[in-house]
Design a binder for this molecule. Structure first.
Ligand code: SAH
Length: 359
């Protein structure tokens, strides 16, 4: 990690940095508050800090963040997609969604992605680097400032695999929940992984109250290995064992994401197999009609198929919802975010014939 990125430092680190610079420790609290409460983007905005010290800070630290390169607002809902530029000119995407309970932001954790899921846009342009904790935070702060809102929920479901950037993501989580900063409740944060089992165990040790989402997307190894290369490293049984252990350790319910892809993973047999695999687990299944990605030719399952899938899961006492598609006209939906800029082809809003829809 770049130790000179000031936005990535917690209060303790800032205190020791100020000590090294020969400054009073209380300055650390002032800087922390400017960055994490007032969301400033430069040292010059820290008006209660002397000009001399601001100059010293500029010489010693970077103020990495993200600037708005492009902003798209959905015509169908109030979803906003940002294309953010980083200090090295790399581009990432984030999405803000309005729900009844408040604003949720979907943040990226890496520039690009290594995981190679065949239905997803995030890895198409390759992997460049991990995001720093401050760069993940900046997505939240910049969106809040731009929209004049307070974000109440975060989903780590943007570009990248959060558990492949473990230390920076853990640091981000501790900063965003810091009572001297945004002070978000850990319970309002979801972290999604394609199934990096070794890191699920590392996360388990931390016993955080966040919601762990698992991108499962298949009921058996044959289908999963074909669509998600990570399955060749850790298969479904190993992944589900890690999930059971995770629930045992944290008492938290796991959320399984399941993209419904026509003719790939959406048959009644698949539903039955999925139900038997998840039997007895404290879990929830979130079905996502697969979203279009122009380089791939997967088609979403039709509504009758989805309804039949739901019926089978429910008959087997598995909790299931269908994710509402937000921001489809601006390619802001699951799996459509990417390194660089998404294409923004026009999609018509869908008339929803699915019985259950998640808010
Ligand atoms: N790498 C993490 C975080 C990304 S979250 C993970 O895989 O979980 C993005 C979610 O959208 C994941 O569940 C991902 O599998 C899913 N997804 C990817 N492409 C999709 C698509 N075309 N349609 C619907 N969901 C998709």
């Amino acid at each position: 990690m770049d130790t000179k990125d000031i936005k990535s430092m917690n209060l303790e680190q800032l205190k020791s940095e100020m000590e090294i610079l020969g400054e009073k420790k209380f300055v650390a609290a002032q800087i922390f508050s400017w960055i994490h409460k007032h969301n400033v983007d430069s040292f010059d905005e820290m008006t209660n800090i002397s000009k001399a010290l601001r100059e010293k800070l500029k010489k010693n630290y970077y103020f990495y963040g993200c600037t708005i390169e492009k902003k798209l607002v959905s015509m169908y809902d109030e979803t906003v997609k940002y294309l953010f530029k980083l200090h090295d000119n790399e581009l990432i995407e984030s999405v803000v969604m309005k729900y009844k309970y408040g604003y949720t932001i979907c943040v990226s954790s890496q520039v690009g992605c290594k995981m190679g899921c065949t239905f997803c846009a995030s890895g198409i342009a390759g992997f460049v680097r991990n995001l720093l904790p401050g760069e993940i935070l900046s997505q939240v702060y910049t969106a809040q400032k731009d929209l004049g809102i307070r974000i109440s929920h975060i989903v780590m479901m943007g570009v990248g695999e959060p558990l492949d950037n473990f230390d920076n993501v853990m640091k981000f989580l501790s900063l965003v929940t810091d009572e001297n900063g945004l002070n978000l409740s850990m319970r309002n944060i979801s972290l999604s992984t394609c199934g990096v089992v070794s890191s699920i165990y590392k996360l388990l040790e931390k016993k955080l109250q966040l919601t762990l989402s698992i991108s499962l997307h298949a009921p058996n190894d044959e289908i999963r290995s074909r669509t998600m290369p990570i399955n060749k490293r850790w298969n479904i049984d190993e992944l589900l064992k890690a999930c059971r252990d995770y629930t045992k350790a944290t008492s938290r319910r796991i959320s399984f994401e399941y993209a419904m892809i026509s003719g790939v993973n959406d048959s009644d047999e698949c539903a039955k197999e999925l139900a038997s695999k998840l039997k007895g687990m404290l879990c929830h299944v979130n079905l996502i009609p697969v979203n279009p990605v122009k380089e791939k030719n997967y088609r979403r399952s039709d509504d009758n198929r989805i309804n039949s899938f739901i019926k089978i899961l429910e008959k087997n006492s598995i909790n299931v919802t269908v994710r509402r598609t937000l921001g489809s006209d601006i390619n802001a939906s699951c799996g459509q975010l990417r390194r660089g800029e998404s294409n923004t082809f026009e999609n018509k809003p869908r008339v929803n014939k699915i019985k259950k829809s998640k808010q």
